[in-house]
Design a protein around this ligand. Structure first.
Ligand SMILES: C[S@@+](CC[C@H](N)C(=O)[O-])C[C@H]1O[C@@H](n2cnc3c(N)ncnc32)[C@H](O)[C@@H]1O
Length: 272
């Protein structure tokens, strides 16, 4: 079985707690916009949903609020995250849900099972994205939809004041992501991945995250310099580069009314 190499919760941040905090923040930051797109793509209450790469369960909770009369099955490969999500979701989920340990590459469901599949921040971590999307295609009912939410590291965040020191960190993070078997430029390939896997009737939307609405503190977990510390340990980023980035972020945070914006892509295809 081909499994993910590029995402490991304990290697993404200074510690697991900080990574979970970042994922929670990222899931909740813009859910209204993400939910709007999911509904536009065809997600409706009452549907049977498959969520792949569900991680700590933050998105499962939000998805369940969209389908209170539906059901969600979440597939996750990391047993520790499954334990965490089971604990987290107790008393939080609004619909029936079940979390299954396994890989999206080879799922234990019959053909034509689900109405809608959600793959959020998973596909760019997989060594064989088309293999994963073909497996999702198999378990979707005809007329069912797959919605993929993903970053493309080639779309840099922007800020005011500008933080040019962030550019080097972004480039090195891209390099490390690729070296671990992921594809940091997946956002621009979603369309092609869906097409190559048999999907039709594509759609693609950009979702803008920015500090204007919720404040800079709310965005901070996404550019917190501590997030780059594992790359310092791996020798990808030098201590001097890290210090320079940290100082630049401090300068940015203490500037008058700092603004930060980044973009996430959401793509959808239908199984004929
Ligand atoms: C960046 S996290 C995203 C979690 C969640 N979807 C979210 O948006 O907050 C990626 C998740 O995919 C899981 N994952 C990686 N490879 C997988 C695979 N082959 N099958 C299922 N899950 C996988 C990881 O363990 C991790 O929980």
């Amino acid at each position: 079985m081909t499994t993910s190499k590029s995402y490991e919760v304990s290697l993404e941040h200074i510690d697991v707690k900080s990574e979970l905090h970042r994922l929670h923040n990222l899931a909740n930051q813009n859910w209204e916009k993400e939910a709007r797109n999911l509904k536009e793509f065809g997600l409706q209450d009452g549907m049977s949903i498959l969520e792949v790469g569900s991680g700590p369960g933050f998105v499962t909770e939000l998805l369940s609020s969209l389908v209170p009369n539906g059901s969600i099955i979440s597939v996750e490969i990391d047993p520790d995250l499954i334990k965490y999500s089971e604990q987290y979701l107790k008393d939080k989920a609004s619909s029936q849900y079940r979390i299954v340990e396994g890989s999206v590459m080879d799922m234990d469901f019959p053909d034509n099972t689900f109405d809608f599949v959600v793959a959020r921040l998973l596909i760019r971590h997989l060594p064989d994205p088309i293999g994963a999307v073909k497996e999702i295609f198999r378990v979707l009912k005809p007329g069912g939809k797959l919605a993929i939410t993903e970053f493309d590291y080639g779309i840099p965040p922007i800020s005011d004041p500008d933080v040019p020191e962030g550019e080097l960190i972004r480039e090195k993070a891209m390099y490390a992501h690729k070296a671990r078997g992921g594809d940091p430029l997946m956002g621009r390939k979603l369309w092609r991945v869906l097409k190559a896997s048999g999907f039709q009737k594509f759609d693609l939307e950009a979702v803008v995250f920015h500090s204007g609405k919720k404040g800079i503190e709310w965005c901070y977990p996404q550019f917190d310099p501590d997030r780059a510390l594992p790359l310092v340990k791996e020798g990808v980023i030098s201590e001097a580069e890290m210090q320079s980035f940290r100082t630049a972020v401090e300068r940015f945070m203490s500037s008058e009314d700092p603004f930060f914006l980044w973009v996430i892509l959401m793509s959808c295809g239908e199984k004929p």
